[in-house]
Design a binder for this molecule. Sequence first.
Ligand code: FES
Length: 236
Amino acid sequence: MNTQPRASQLDDKTIGELREIAARYPEARSGLLPMLHLVQSVQGRITPEGIEACAAILDLSPAEVNGVATFYTMYKRHGVGDYHVGVCTNTLCAVMGGDAIFARLKEHLDIGNDEVAVQRQGDSRTVSLEHIECNAACDYAPVVMVNWEFMDNQTPESAVQMVEALRAGHDVSSTRGPRLCTWKEAERVLAGFPDGRVDEGPTAGTASLAGLEIARERGWTAPGPSAAPAKEAADD
Ligand code: FES
């Protein structure tokens, strides 16, 4: 295997950590996704040198790495803000107010989808905006995510207040507990280097458990494992 990255602007520490990630897996190429997150944690986006470094370590072609990096929307080919704000505009969130939140933030920040707001005098942090697909948090719709942390039950007004607090450099916490970190810090966690905040906040909220509580009150249970095969056999 060729393990020598070609000329790269990535420093020795990052190259070492990319190799460390690859070594976690029986098949080194399984480490590509977290390796790309590490590149983003250092360079803020997927860069040509980042692609070349991953390819060299994993004995893949740059085209193969590029194919993965361009498939998933969490990998960015251009820089995002210190706080990347994703507004869910899938069906449930949209009808519950997600479309209104996205429209309000676009107007307030004076940007379009997947763009970074101009840093005003006095802003200590930058903010970018993207409409995102369902994050399986529909029980808290409409949902906004900041660097992949949930902000539940938002309104256009609460979303504007949040981005203003972020731009001013104030500490902002997810509605589920954890303090929001910057995009690069979040990318490092996604690369598999924990920041010690995993236990901040609850593991499941009341809304997520509502169906379970109702089922318990009414004595409902899930169908047994034999029910599905029997139906499939009947459909054949
Ligand atoms: S539709 Fe928005 S989280 Fe599911």
